[in-house]
Design a protein around this ligand. Structure first.
Ligand code: AMP
Ligand code: TRP
Length: 364
């Protein structure tokens, strides 16, 4: 059998995935199974970099695996496993820590975002300064610095170190590419840097993989605000349709979705709300956007939304049927099989790494 290039991606075990995640990411991963040897990992070690309730984490880890299986990850084609089951991830993470530099990690924007530091202070300084003329620029700089340094003092070390563990995930499997959203490209860059640095110091060990950014991925906007991405952390549940939403409740969300002024069904940039709804219709209903528009020529928003609500509900019913058909035990069996396969690849790589670093080999 001709071997296919290998890709790896990680999935955070956070529940409440929505149709934006499905259409923008999961669906692409399913398609990648055709052309790549695919490895998907539920990254529970990453999840605990922010506080998690232990029972909830266990439940979500299994739930996310079932969501991916229901969406079409085929365990006969892909390796699907839980990160903490393959100890080599933590071990390589530690070794890479010893070659990563503070300066590498200080550049990472996700860490700053998560602890609430503004990525660029310049805008804030300018704004504060112009709003409060009683303060000097130095006062304001000091205020921001004091605030940030408190945030840094109390931030978890795991959160800071998150990208190094991610580099370990990426480098263990000799992969060609990492499919990620553009927010993760910086982390993949770090993995490339660490791979090169390790190879230079200890000899060729790691393949330097490419980030594979899903540009063609649909960007699904919030139902209550078409100017912002649909997001599970939105303040209103009318922003998103979760994959596990009750189909009837999802229909109501579609009926309540904001629309633009006018009454015709048009696909245009100056009708962002409608454009988003047509995109959802097109992607879930397997029609082109032109076909959707043609179907509603001469009809109004109500007809359009009622049908879209049906399309969404039908998709959810089908998806959830598949989800329910997978028992927790079956998902666990697939995850355990996946871990066995992943461990085989990872342990081979780690034997090489330990040898290169100079660890005395264990007794077999
Ligand atoms: P997140 O839930 O932000 O961790 O994202 C998980 C994956 O879903 C990433 O690949 C994102 O690019 C993708 N994603 C998240 N929200 C959307 C959205 N509204 N539209 C399209 N893709 C999205
Ligand atoms: N950091 C990624 C995210 O938040 C998840 C992740 C962890 C990952 N390890 C990975 C993605 C390895 C790709 C490859 O989405």
């Amino acid at each position: 059998m001709k071997s296919q290039p290998r890709i790896f991606s990680g999935i955070q075990p956070s529940g409440n995935l929505h149709i934006g995640n499905y259409l923008g990411a999961i669906k692409q991963w399913i398609d990648l199974q055709q052309t790549y040897e695919t490895i998907f990992c539920v990254v529970d070690l990453h999840a605990i970099t922010v506080p998690q309730d232990p029972d909830e984490l266990r439940r979500r880890t299994i739930e996310i695996a079932k969501i991916y299986l229901a969406a079409g990850i085929d365990p006969n084609r892909s390796t699907l496993f839980v990160q903490s089951h393959v100890h080599e991830h933590a071990e390589l993470g530690w070794i890479l820590n010893t070659i990563a530099r503070m300066g590498d990690l200080e550049k990472m924007t996700q860490f700053k975002d998560k602890i609430g530091i503004k990525v660029s202070h310049l805008g804030e300084i300018a704004r504060n300064w112009s709003e409060d003329i009683s303060k000097t620029k130095e006062d304001i700089l000091n205020e921001i610095w004091n605030n940030d340094s408190r945030k840094i003092e109390t931030a978890g070390v795991g959160l800071f170190d998150y990208p190094v563990l991610m580099a370990a995930d990426i480098l263990l499997y000799d992969i060609a590419a990492v499919p990620v959203g553009d927010d993760q490209v910086q982390h993949v860059e770090l993995a490339r840097t660490l791979a090169r640095r390790f190879n230079k110091r200890f000899g060729e060990t790691f393949i330097v993989p490419e980030a594979k950014v899903q540009k063609e991925g649909a960007r699904i906007m919030g139902l209550d605000n078409p100017m912002k991405k649909m997001s599970k952390s939105a303040s209103s549940e009318y922003n998103y349709i979760a994959l596990m939403d009750d189909p009837e409740a999802a229909k109501k969300k579609i009926m309540k979705a904001v629309t633009d002024s006018g009454s015709e069904i048009l696909y245009a940039d100056d009708k962002p709300a409608l454009k988003n709804l047509i995109n959802i219709y097109s992607l879930l209903g397997a029609l082109s956007t032109e076909e959707v528009v043609a179907r509603y020529a001469g009809k109004g928003y109500v007809d359009f939304k009622r049908d879209l609500a049906e399309v969404v509900a039908r998709f959810l019913v089908g998806f959830q049927e598949k989800f329910r058909a997978i028992s927790d035990d079956e998902a666990l069996r697939i995850l355990h099989d996946g871990a066995r396969k992943a461990r085989e690849m990872a342990s081979r790589k780690m034997r090489e790494v330990r040898e290169k670093v100079g660890f005395v080999s264990e007794m077999d």
